[in-house]
Design a protein around this ligand. Structure first.
Ligand code: FEO
Length: 394
């Protein structure tokens, strides 16, 4: 891809990573990603907004050459994570007069992560402005989207918001702007679920903080730009503020079929009562899809066999993730089978302190489920359906 002009003197100069399939050695990227960096040439000064993942540094440097950029005054680091900051040292080497503009916290992080020297920094306060001549950058502190040092940059005259990860999506695309809203909605929801959801209360504050800015374009540092910003702002508002929905998320493992029988029966029982169920076989699940389902679910039911004396390790992994992601779910339960005993319920219950959820009576059976176990599953399904109704989720 060549550099792309967004408005006069404002360019996309990022890199598209079509083939990346894993982020943070954890998060699946089914559609690749992009690292969007932006160049703003004012009448007096030039600023680069964020850089790119160091694996794609050559692309950014080539873009700057293609635009014949001889001088950069400011490298704005909205966020210290290396997929955006990792090429700062190379940019500083090429443009030695440039200053890195960031929050004080970000300076501390860039010093430790990239060893950027002290004299290269210009720290800015919340709402501070920097003039580029005919254009003004305003920096808006927005902590915890999704690290403590994050800020947004607003290009006032052009009404463009550069929010880095906030409002982004892991999606490689040649289209500069959102063209397929359905696809971008899915990718952005996945991104929100995996990266932003644990910081929902901070997101609330940051959504509030940008409410009064006139924004024509949101230019995130992953995925397509939004020339209809209300689309992504509305989506975020719904993910953050809406009540949970009449949904049960059911991640499970079955080794010899007993837990599998319980899951199949339970899913039917819930569906008959009008509850939507999203079940995930953890041997094959894309954890991003599981995270997305957790955005809206009112209830999480974990299905597990007992292995050694506790839950299956894949179930432990999924439970650990669900706890870390801090979804809105209000109810939790456990179903499954054991051979001779164990501490499955106690171990799983101890793993979810972050979930502000009521634990509903688990259903554990010895070996294959029998009539009494199916009745207990019916009862649990009934309880969930009633609780969802009582809370106004159904
Ligand atoms: Fe895209 Fe938090 O880095």
């Amino acid at each position: 891809m060549k550099p792309r002009e967004i408005k006069r003197g404002v360019y996309w100069v990022g890199a598209i990573d079509w083939d990346r399939r894993l982020f943070d050695a954890l998060i699946p990227l089914p559609d690749g990603t992009s690292y969007n960096a932006y160049l703003i040439q004012g009448s007096q000064k030039t600023a680069l907004i964020d850089t790119v993942d160091p694996t794609t540094q050559d692309i950014l440097l080539r873009h700057l050459d293609e635009l014949k950029v001889t001088s950069i005054d400011y490298v704005v680091a909205n966020h210290a994570e290396q997929d955006h900051s990792g090429t700062i040292p190379q940019v500083l080497a090429k443009y030695p007069q440039a200053k890195v503009v960031c929050t004080l916290k970000c300076k501390d992080m860039l010093t430790s992560l990239l060893m950027v020297p002290e004299e290269k920094f210009k720290t800015v306060a919340d709402k501070e402005n920097i003039s580029l001549g005919d254009r003004t950058l305003e920096f808006i502190y927005a902590p915890w989207v999704h690290w403590p040092e994050t800020m947004l940059t607003y290009l006032r005259e052009d009404k463009i918001l550069f929010p880095c990860d906030f409002f982004g999506s892991h999606l490689a695309a040649t289209d500069l702007y959102v063209t397929d809203e359905g696809q971008v909605y899915e990718a952005a929801k996945r991104y929100y679920a995996e990266i932003m959801m644990p910081f929902r209360t901070h997101i609330e504050k940051n959504l509030e903080k940008i409410k009064d800015y006139e924004i024509d374009i949101i230019a995130p540092s992953h995925g397509p730009m939004h020339d209809k910003p209300e689309f992504i702002i509305k989506a975020y508002n719904s993910w953050v503020f809406d009540k949970p929905k009449n949904i049960v998320v059911l991640p499970y493992i079955s080794m010899h079929g007993s837990t599998g029988q319980m899951v199949a029966y339970f899913v039917e029982a819930l569906a008959e009562k009008g509850v939507t169920v999203k079940q995930f076989d953890l041997t094959v699940t894309d954890i991003g899809k599981l995270a997305m389902a957790l955005v809206d679910a009112a209830t999480i039911v974990i299905g597990t066999p007992t292995i050694l004396v506790g839950p299956h390790p894949n179930v432990v992994y999924a439970t650990f993730l669900a706890n870390a992601l801090r979804p809105k779910a209000r109810f939790v339960s456990i179903i499954g089978s054991y051979g001779w005993g164990g501490k499955t319920v106690e171990q799983l219950a101890a793993m979810i302190p972050n979930l502000k959820a009521e634990v509903l009576e688990p259903v554990l059976c010895k070996g294959l489920p029998r009539e009494a176990d199916f009745k207990a599953l019916d009862k649990l399904a009934d309880t969930i359906a009633q609780k969802h109704k009582a809370e106004g989720f159904a």
